[in-house]
Design a protein around this ligand. Structure first.
Ligand code: FMN
Length: 179
């Protein structure tokens, strides 16, 4: 089983989670390729080369970050052109994905992270992967929006994702692998 660890992280929160996913997968004996989506990135991972894919991003205005959205657009076009996105999206035997975000929820809490995660899931569903789970991790605001880490709807989220969050990441990965 070969796993892809695909993520976008503008301020480092999702990267902490992605690194924990990678570490846990390796500990569990998986071969893992990590792919950090870059701004103006010109390379694309070949999703279909992987049995298991983890895909994650920070949430920006309710959606994945712009570079992740741009990568998604490229992959969608590529797989449509290659005939891999078939009508009715037939399942690909044994192919599975997990999508996740890190989010601050400063205005409407978990609700504003839902579109980002649902969006990321659709690429895999369209390609016939079973989306096994959708994970939501809290990530503090950096930069100008830092005050939202204390006065938003989730309360004080400074320092998140913290060690406990990263332990949760590992537990969830191990749980998924049991399936
Ligand atoms: C400019 C900006 C916009 C953001 N917009 C949202 C948002 O719409 N909803 C949300 O829940 N969190 C929002 N956040 C919080 C981030 O999603 C959160 O900090 C996340 O963990 C960042 O992940 P990253 O460091 O991997 O990019 C925003 C943060 C910044 C800096």
């Amino acid at each position: 089983m070969k796993a892809l660890n695909l993520y976008f992280s503008a301020t480092g929160n999702t990267e902490k989670i992605a690194k924990q996913i990678e570490k846990t997968l390796r500990e569990q004996g998986f071969e893992v390729d990590s792919f950090k989506v870059a701004k103006d990135g010109d390379t694309e991972p070949d999703i279909l080369a992987y049995d298991l894919v983890f895909a994650g991003s920070g949430v920006y205005t309710w959606l994945p970050g712009k570079p992740m959205m741009e990568l998604y657009a490229k992959l969608r076009e590529k797989y449509a052109r290659e005939g891999e996105m078939k009508p009715a999206s037939p399942r690909r035997q044994g192919r599975k994905a997990v999508v996740y975000c890190s989010y601050g929820g400063g205005h409407t809490g978990g609700n504003e992270a839902v579109p980002a995660v649902k969006y990321m899931a659709q690429l895999f569903d369209h390609l016939g992967y079973e989306v096994m789970d959708e994970w939501y991790f809290v990530g503090e605001y950096h930069g100008k929006l830092q005050p939202m880490s204390v006065n938003g709807r989730l309360g004080n989220i400074e320092g998140r994702p913290n060690e406990a969050d990263l332990r949760e990441v590992s537990e969830k990965v191990v749980g998924i692998l049991r399936v």
